[in-house]
Each structure stands twice: as C-alpha cells, then as structure tokens.
Ligand binder design. Structure first.
Ligand code: G3H
Ligand code: 13P
Ligand code: ZN
Length: 328
C-alpha cells in the first residue's frame, strides 16, 4: 500500500534503520527497485524529480507506481516528489497522489540561486500547511549541496546551485536546523555535508575534510527527533565505472559516498538516503556490456533486461546495507 514518508521514517527511527530513496523515470527502474524490495522484504521510497516528470510525464509516473502497488500489495511504498522548486510544484504532486513532497527552499525557484534563510522558512512552512492538511509528508532542505573541494554543486544539469559556494553555505548549521524544524514543522530534513548530485562528487575517496560526518552527529544531537536525509548519496561503484570504460564509455576518475559512511550516518539519525546516479551507472554499464557482447541482437528488451538486473542487485545491496531489509 501507499504510505506517507512520515509513517515510514518513524518506523525506521524506532528500529534504527535507513531507507534508500531511489529516483525513478521509467518502467525498468521501477520494476528493478520493486523486485529488490520484494526479494529483501523492504519498504520502498520511489522518488520522481522534475526531470522525471519531464521525461515520462505525470500520468505515466502515477500509473506505473499504481501498477507497482497493485503488483506488490504487501510492500509499503512512499511516492515522493524530489526537489520541488516551489509550493506550486509541490501542490501539483499532492494532487497527483504523491504521499510525500520535498520543498527545496535552499534554492530559489530557478533551482540555481541560493535562497535566503527567511525565504526557505516561508516557502517550506506554506507547503507543510497544505500538505499536512491532506496527510502528505514534507521534506525540507537547509544548506546547499556542494563539493567542499571545488565549492560547486557538481556537474549534473538542472539540480544544484550555480557559481561558487562558501563553506558556510555548504554545511548545515545545527542551531539553524533546530530553528528551521521548529518554524516549518517539516517531517524530514535534508542536510548539506559536502555531497553533491551526479557521478563527480570527490576526486579521491572522501575522508573527514570532504565529507562532514561530524556535522550529522552535531545536528542529530541538537534535533534527535528529526529524520535526517542525505542527498547525493550514490557510492559510485568502481566496478561499474570499470565496466562502462571497458565497453566504450568515457568516465573520469571519481569517487562517491562510501556505504560505510552512510551506515555511520544511519547510526546518527539519517533515515532517508537519496540515490539516483548508482542506478544510472549500473544500468548503463550492464547495457553497454550486453550491446558489446551481443552484436547480432536487436530486441531492446534484451539490453533493458540486463540493465534492470544490474539495478535490482544494486538495490538489494543498499536495502541490506541500510537495514531496511526485513522491515516491510
Ligand atoms: O536531484 C537529483 C536527481 O539525480 C534527479 O536528476 O533531474 O536528472 O532527474 P534529474
Ligand atoms: P546521487 O546523484 O548521488 O545519486 O543523488 C541523488 C539525489 O540526491 C536525488 O535527490
Ligand atoms: Zn537531491
């Protein structure tokens, strides 16, 4: 059944686990995630970005998720809108049947210009009032995602601040987080700790100077009852980078967020972990390999099925590593 994010994360907090929130755009990604959730008996968060709505269209996303709920009636599913740029966008998703929305007021409506704290409080508060009236959950974000190495939001189009950010902007302040949660009433809070969207997060395996795990602990100590969300949490598996490179792909040296660091976050209040890039890498690697190996094949289902299987295994690994396996 479809449930709200709040209900799922309350359960996760009670039992000390985290839930991966996977971005979805198409049939194969939704089936991969659902099959993995079924295999591990895990609750599911499917999230759709503005890019996903543009790619598939709102009716297709809605109907495919309905089909998932019908096919696996025993699994709790949260349908979450990722990075809503305005209250109007959040309203559209609520009307469409999403059980959770993110109002990302860390950026202005252009999703590029860093916003003031007062703007963020005001738009987020408005969304909470509307959403809670119809039992939809709200995730807010405080602090801008960005690399502490370069001061930029990374290379993914469409999501993230433009220009160079200060260290201050890129790390969520614990006292401000407490004030933000009190003033907005959000159900979950996305925090900035040095991660960014996309494949190019870190030029080396990150340690404390690049990935501010201590911040998570400070924020959790200050607001222990708030469910924390980590964005930009793909681990960027070196194995999949290798497969992509071996089969004609061109991806520079890059590192993601190690699974052990996410597990450390889960011990300190992180309940929702956003992952998009890892599924992209696994599907692309598997499809490139299948196309290279089976040159006579022209049925696209053969390639898509390989992509689906690779994504499914990745999801199984994350459900198990984050402790949501067995919790459905
Ligand atoms: O928010 C970040 C996700 O990776 C969504 O990316 O806008 O390309 O769908 P997208
Ligand atoms: P990745 O690009 O690390 O997968 O992050 C996805 C994300 O944060 C979606 O909101
Ligand atoms: Zn994000």
């Amino acid at each position: 059944p479809m449930i709200s994010l709040r209900r799922l994360l309350d359960h996760a907090a009670e039992h000390g686990y985290g839930v991966p929130a996977f971005n979805v755009n198409n049939l194969e990604q939704i089936q991969a995630i659902m099959q993995a959730a079924h295999a591990t008996d895990s609750p599911v968060i499917l999230q759709a970005s503005a890019g996903a709505r543009q790619y598939a269209g709102e009716p297709f996303l809605r109907k495919m998720v309905e089909a998932a709920a019908e096919t696996w009636p025993g699994l709790p599913i949260v349908l979450h809108q990722d990075h809503g740029a305005s209250p109007a966008v959040c309203m559209q998703s609520i009307r469409s049947g999403f059980t959770s929305v993110m109002m990302d007021g860390s950026l202005m409506e252009d999703a590029k210009t860093p916003a003031s704290y007062d703007y963020n409080v005001s738009v987020t508060r408005r969304v909470v009032e509307m959403a809670h009236a119809v039992e939809v959950s709200v995730e807010g974000e405080l602090g801008c995602l960005g690399s502490l190495e370069s001061g930029t939001a990374g290379e993914e189009e469409g999501v993230g601040a433009e220009g160079v950010l200060t260290r201050e902007q890129m790390l969520t302040d614990p006292d401000q987080a407490a004030d933000f949660v009190a003033r907005t009433g959000v159900d979950a809070l996305a925090i900035a700790i040095g991660t960014s969207h996309g494949a190019y997060k870190f030029s080396r395996k990150p340690s404390g100077d690049l990935l501010a795990m201590d911040r998570i602990k400070e924020i959790h100590a200050r607001i222990p009852d708030t469910h924390l969300v980590m964005h930009g949490s793909s681990s960027v598996p070196q194995e999949w980078l290798a497969v992509i490179r071996e089969h004609g792909g061109d991806i520079r040296e890059t590192y993601g967020v190690p699974v052990e660091e996410i597990q450390e976050g889960i011990r300190h209040g992180v309940r929702k972990i956003n992952i998009d890039t890892d599924i992209r890498l696994a599907m692309t690697g598997a499809m490139r390999r299948a196309m290279a190996r089976r040159k006579e094949e022209f049925d696209p289902r053969r390639f898509l099925a390989e992509g689906l299987a690779a994504a499914r295994q990745l999801c199984v690994d994350r459900f198990e590593a984050f402790g949501s396996a067995g919790m459905a």
